[in-house]
Design a protein around this ligand. Structure first.
Ligand code: 13P
Ligand code: SF4
Length: 312
């Protein structure tokens, strides 16, 4: 393992590459990355890096977002099969028809979408900035929100908006069991529930704090004295335990305890070996149709500009 890590680090320097990793990656990938963050931070890092190669240790849409922002750089994802059930729940052709059928609506899309969906979007959001970006529009703005119904409904509930919400979801966040979280709360009465807004509303109702992966991490760092039940992909526990070694973090259980459903099967496709291979061979490269890219870059830039103004 150590040999492999050394080889990756050597290649990275030789090729002027940067390794970016999402919090849902395997621990050993997070440990070797130059930067670990949530979806917004990964896009911000990709936009500002001077590296020639970006190795995006995350899923396909994250690589696509980086490529759209940096069309002249090589963007690699260790395993190109690392997709996203949420992005898949919004096919671009169906979504384009839906948008066309609703003239006068502003289209707000979560970053967990394909480039083609972003190309018919007015502004992209992530779970870190969705609330603020939606609230930056007048109260009576007619908004389509896609693709996550849980995040969209949650934002409607906290902002009093009435956005038209696409009926998509993430297979990991939909799996958390309300009954098992209630049982855990009874077993650990002092524990607080941290939940990602992609979870079902019944889980969000049980949460003491709802936020993006970065926000959940920040909350735990600010209050390390608590015990936490964490309702999001369990990869985040790696950084939480690193930052708060004295704190007890309990992963929220999925409905089917026989499966490791609180791990994203797509995120976990990336391995150190594949990271090494893709950097060595400059393979697993992300490509985006230039016409689609030229349209998709606008709503991504709009998100980055608003986020910068908001200090996010
Ligand atoms: P964030 O990185 O915005 O917390 O989103 C989580 C997620 O599901 C990424 O796929
Ligand atoms: Fe997509 Fe869900 Fe995996 Fe995030 S956790 S990448 S939303 S499938």
């Amino acid at each position: 393992m150590n040999e492999l890590i050394k080889k990756i680090q050597k290649l990275k320097e030789e090729k002027n590459a940067i390794i970016l990793a999402h919090y849902y990656q395997k621990g050993e990938i997070q440990d070797i990355a130059d930067f670990v963050g949530d979806s917004l931070a990964l896009a911000q890092w990709a936009a500002r890096t001077k590296a020639d190669i970006i190795v995006m240790c995350g899923v396909h849409f994250m690589g696509e977002t980086a490529k759209i922002l940096c069309p002249d750089k090589k963007v690699l994802v260790p395993d190109l099969n690392a997709g996203c059930s949420l992005a898949d729940s919004c096919p671009a052709d169906e979504f384009a028809k839906f948008v066309e059928a609703h003239p006068g609506y502003t289209v707000v899309s979560y970053v967990n979408t394909t480039a083609a969906v972003k190309a018919v979007t007015d502004v992209v959001v992530t779970s870190t900035n969705a609330r603020q970006i939606v609230e930056s529009f007048p109260k009576d703005e007619k908004i389509i929100f896609a693709p996550d119904r849980n995040l969209g409904n949650y934002i409607n509930s906290i902002t009093g908006r009435d956005m038209l919400v696409w009926d998509g979801a993430c297979h990991v966040h939909e799996q958390f069991s309300v009954e098992k979280i209630v049982e855990l709360k009874a077993k650990y009465p002092e524990a607080l529930v941290l939940a990602h807004p992609e979870c079902k509303s019944a889980v969000l109702k049980l949460a003491d704090f709802v936020g993006s992966t970065a926000a959940l991490l920040k909350y735990a760092i600010r209050h390390p004295e608590n015990t936490y039940i964490v309702a999001t992909e369990s990869g985040i526990l790696h950084e939480m335990r690193k930052q708060c070694p004295q704190t007890e973090f309990i992963p929220a259980p999925p409905d089917d305890s026989a499966c490791a459903c609180n791990e994203c099967s797509f995120m976990r496709l990336n391995t150190l070996e594949k990271l090494y291979e893709c950097l060595k061979n400059e393979s697993s490269e992300i490509t985006v149709d230039p016409e689609v890219s030229a349209k998709a870059v606008k709503p991504i830039h709009r998100m980055l500009e608003i986020s910068e103004k908001l200090g996010l």
